[in-house]
Ligand binder design. Structure first.
Ligand code: HEM
Length: 156
């Protein structure tokens, strides 16, 4: 059964995601494309992103209960005008960090993991576009092992 474990559990839980984000932001710090984007970030930003990822991947709802949930995450991206090269570098460095900290390398986990990174970063670009007016309030999304159906727009 594919849903016997959540992605959170399969990844190694909060500890593994914490290490992933520490390694990722270390790489960001040394990266010519992303260092300027994150120059003013909150010192605990890696912890918050780890909390977010944990909730998305089926772990505890800590980002919602402790950090303002989806509306806060969305606000943090509004107006940032994230570019495609920045987005792509973000995805690349996350995968480098996943290798570095030894997240599971099996095809199913990595496909689901990278699927979320692609989906989430493309939404971040869209939502950060100057003038974008995305829905402000929504639950933290959940990501699992499955395959996402095609997006058909908002159907009344
Ligand atoms: C799957 C993709 C992404 C996820 C899951 C994500 C997650 C988050 C979260 C949870 C926050 C708020 C942290 C807090 O509570 O303080 C945040 C803030 C931020 N994100 Fe993202 N993000 C994604 C993509 C991106 C991309 C592609 C960029 C730019 C290349 C970006 C740039 C930023 C910046 C600059 C902040 C503000 C950091 C600070 O000032 O502390 N994000 N992100």
């Amino acid at each position: 059964m594919t849903d016997e474990y959540t992605l959170f559990e399969w990844a190694g839980g909060a500890g593994a995601l914490g290490k992933l984000c520490e390694a990722f932001y270390q790489r960001v710090h040394d990266d010519e494309v992303l260092a300027p984007v994150f120059a003013g970030m909150h010192p605990d930003h890696p912890k918050y992103v780890a909390l977010w990822l944990g909730e998305v991947f089926g772990g505890p709802a800590g980002y919602t209960t402790e950090r303002g949930g989806y509306p806060h995450m969305l606000r943090m991206h509004l107006g940032r005008a994230i570019t495609e090269p920045q987005r792509r570098r973000w995805v690349n460095l996350m995968q480098d960090a996943a290798d570095e900290v030894g997240l599971p390398g099996d095809p199913e986990f990595r496909a689901a993991f990278v699927g979320y990174l692609e989906w989430g970063t493309r939404l971040a670009v869209e939502n950060s576009r100057p003038g974008a007016d995305p829905v402000r309030d929504a639950p933290v999304p959940k990501w699992g092992w499955g395959v996402a159906p095609p997006y058909r727009g908002s159907v009344a």
